[in-house]
Design a protein around this ligand. Sequence first.
Ligand code: CA2
Length: 151
Amino acid sequence: MWGKMPSILILNGPNLNLLGTRQPDVYGAVTLVDIEKMCRSHAKALGLGVDFEQTNSEGSLVDLIHQAKGKHAGIALNAGAYTHTSVALMDAISSVEIPTVEVHLSNIHAREAFRKTSYISAVAIGQICGFGAQSYTLAIDALARHTGAQG
Ligand code: CA2
C-alpha cells in the first residue's frame, strides 16, 4: 500500500507559521521551516518519507486529513488552538482511521485551563507535548514504532 518508502503526514494548524518570529519565551526561537528540516532528516533516517503542511484554516486541515487516506501510514498533528475546539478535526481523524499522534510544542497541561481540553486526544494513539521542536521528532519515533512502517 505504501510503495517503496512509507510516509507520514506532519500537519500544522493556525499561527504555527509565526513560530520563531513572536513569543519566543513560550514557543522557542525555532521556525516552522527549522522544524520541517528536523522532521525530514529524522524521518529519513527511519526510512520514512514526510509530507509537511501548515494551514490556518480548519476546513483545509480537514481536507488534508481526508487526502491522507491511502497515502500516509500515520499523521503527526499539531492542530494549534483548534485542538481545544474542533469536533470537525476529531471526526476527520476518526473517519480516516490513520494512526495519529497529537503534538504540541508547549506543555498544554501546565498552561491556561482551556488548553487542558483536547478534542484530538480522544482519537489519537497518544499525545506528545512540552518538548518544543523535539515533540515532533518524538512523534515520528512513536509513529514509526506504531505503524511498523520503518524502512
Ligand atoms: O504548544 C503548541 O504546540 C500549541 O498547539 C500551540 C498553539 C496553542 O494554541 C496550543 O494551545 C498549543 C498556538 C500556536 C501559536 O504559535 C505562535 C507562534 C508564534 C507567535 C505566536 C503564536
